[in-house]
Design a protein around this ligand. Sequence first.
Ligand code: C2E
Ligand code: CA
Ligand code: CA
Ligand code: CA
Length: 277
Amino acid sequence: TAKRKGSGVVVYDPAIDRSSQESLSLLSELRRALERDEFMLYLQPKLDLPSGEVFGAEALVRWLHPDKGFIGPDNFIPFAETTGFIRMLTICMMEKVASLSAQLQRQGIALKFSVNLSTRDLLDQELPGAFAAIVERHGLTPAALCLEITESAIMDDPARAQNTLDRLAAMGFALSIDDFGTGYSSLAYLKRLPVRELKIDKSFVMKMAQDQDDAKIVRSTIDLGHNLGLRVVAEGVESEEVWFLLRQMGCDQGQGYFMGKPMPVERFLEWLQQWRA
Ligand code: C2E
Ligand code: CA
Ligand code: CA
Ligand code: CA
């Protein structure tokens, strides 16, 4: 049985084994959503920590369903991953981000945008080529874009992940390890991967002002990242107190509700103007 939310859209619940009938109907809903352009690009600002300057933004998908309203990624990405539909969604997001990035560049606004990849994308031999074509069509260089890959996605099949990541890095994409601290990665892998950035998982950052253990984990992750020559980003910065703590600890960048929630493109551009004013 599928879980029904609100007025009845079928959403993915990993705890429930769906019937093939239900899977088929969700898959056809996703395909229809792609045709009708219902997947929306939301952007969350990413800031340099000592200066507060806007470095860029992370692309996060929202499904604007015609009847059911907004559906968050956790409700359909895991399902999309099991069907192979994820490739279409990843390419759709890359296309939207590349188009926006090129448009802003023409206006003299240079921001770095990050796109999330999922576990299955790392096994997709054709994805690097598809990305290259999109970037080229928009007249961008891959270096303008960053790809976020979760630690657990990498550890799912480290050898194949390494292969895909090496290809993407060779093309010039910046790579980031997402949700760091939750995926049991071995430091040996971390050292070998062509990544530039490490994002500390928000579960450690959110409570670091109250929880000494979380604060220690964040501090040592910052040191670990710096010792490996990586930029360290904290996600889940929800208060000024955490912002200051991170700055004291030498963290390079922060992202979170305190500075800005994920927003549709128009609102992000307004936010940007206000922040810079
Ligand atoms: P993520 O990549 O770790 O993204 C960060 C999540 O934390 C986002 O949830 C964001 O809205 C939320 N967040 C940001 N700042 C704060 C904060 O200060 N406090 C709290 N409590 N939360 C914060 P969201 O947008 O619901 O996305 C959930 C996950 O879905 C993402 O986690 C990512 O793994 C996946 N996802 C989202 N968009 C895409 C996409 O386009 N492609 C793929 N493959 N995955 C995506
Ligand atoms: Ca991410
Ligand atoms: Ca994350
Ligand atoms: Ca996450």
